[in-house]
Design a protein around this ligand. Structure first.
Ligand SMILES: NC(=O)c1ccc[n+]([C@@H]2O[C@H](COP(=O)([O-])OP(=O)(O)OC[C@H]3O[C@@H](n4cnc5c(N)ncnc54)[C@H](O)[C@@H]3O)[C@@H](O)[C@H]2O)c1
Length: 322
């Protein structure tokens, strides 16, 4: 049985669908602070917080949990700068409660959603797992702290983990049943598509004077279903007795903000109104993954992470899904 924390959120809900499609038994815990109940496609749903020891005891007593996929977190960089206490409480302290319950109830494996924000402003791309860690904000620090806790829990209690450092998750399940629904939305592709759909007036580009070919920031977009597949491969990796490991998950290709907007115009056939704004503090010019380790050790093969497919799937889901 797999316990998915944050399974009502964007990536968690996609992973739950993928797990169910492949025949895994899944239970979701989510406090719905940021997620959507109707995105959870399994009946085994617990409305609660991962920091609530009593609820966790009920969950671990009722279901024989072998693997915990830990997606739940607060995940806005800007918000974390303004409200660090909430980020450390929710992402670190509550995760410690969850992991302690995992120890007490004999959970063997944990798969954790970390982030490329742990690397901070890198000097060189592509970014490997050995690139020095230097988070720039409480969100990135909170994720790094959990990585360290997992390393200690492996040494002391034998809980094995896959730590996945996602780059920019994007796209949607091609069925159109699920989509990205953050409120407020801060991710580029859904924002641009909201402009295309007439739900937003324009997209603001934060900085047009970066040292990149067109002056806008370059990011690595990875399809949410490819992320989900990596999680499923992670289960098999851990079950085979392999050691705990950190993996980058990205497409290994970088696209500028302008290239993303152009692709969205192409896919939707609509004109996107753009406003050029100032740089945001802490935005690195270029973040692109090297994901060789995931390909080699997990056999991960991203199948939908070309930008056009990502945008097409997101656009399809936006028009189909609630
Ligand atoms: N979206 C990305 O591009 C991206 C990139 C890197 C890492 N991540 C990480 O991946 C994970 C999922 O991201 P997402 O975009 O799906 O976020 P999301 O906000 O859509 O989902 C997070 C879910 O966790 C739930 N939650 C939050 N705190 C909780 C708590 N204490 N107890 C129970 N439930 C709680 C929320 O209600 C929400 O449903 C996060 O850990 C995030 O940091 C995301």
């Amino acid at each position: 049985m797999i316990l998915v924390t944050g399974g009502a959120g964007y990536i968690g809900s996609h992973c739950v669908k993928r797990l169910l499609d492949k025949g895994y038994a899944v239970v979701v815990i989510d406090n719905l602070s940021r997620g959507h109940r109707d995105a959870v496609l399994t009946g085994d749903f617990v409305h609660g917080s991962i920091g609530d020891r009593r609820i966790l005891e009920e969950v671990f007593t009722r279901w024989p949990i072998e693997v915990v996929m830990h997606f739940s977190a607060l995940a806005y960089v800007g918000e974390s700068m303004e409200r660090p206490a909430e980020y450390y409480e929710n992402n670190v302290a509550q995760t410690l409660t969850l992991l302690t319950a995992c120890r007490d109830y004999g959970v063997k494996y944990v798969i954790f959603s970390s982030t490329c924000a742990t690397y901070g402003e890198v000097e060189r791309v592509p970014i490997t797992e050995d690139t020095p860690i230097a988070p720039l904000n409480p969100y990135g620090h909170s994720k790094r702290m959990v990585e360290v806790i997992l390393e200690d829990f492996d040494r002391a209690y034998g809980i094995k983990s896959c730590i996945f450092r996602y780059f920019n998750a994007a796209g949607a399940d091609p069925s159109g049943m699920l989509r990205e629904r953050h409120q407020p939305e801060t991710h580029l592709i859904p924002i641009v598509l909201e402009v295309a759909a007439g739900q937003r007036e324009y997209v603001e580009i934060f900085g047009t004077d970066y040292p990149t070919p067109d002056g806008t920031c370059i990011r690595d977009y990875v399809h949410v279903n490819d992320l989900s597949d990596a999680h499923i491969l992670g289960i098999e990796y851990l079950r085979s007795g392999s050691p705990s490991m950190i993996f980058n998950l990205g497409s290994e290709k970088g696209f500028s903000v302008r290239e993303v907007i152009d692709t969205c115009e192409c896919v939707t056939g609509r004109t996107i109104l753009v406003k050029e704004g100032q740089r945001r503090p802490g935005d690195a010019p270029r973040l692109v993954a090297e994901a060789t380790r995931a390909k080699t050790l997990l056999g991960w093969r991203p199948e939908r992470s070309d930008l056009r497919t990502i945008v097409a799937d997101a656009w399809h889901a936006m028009r189909c899904c609630r």
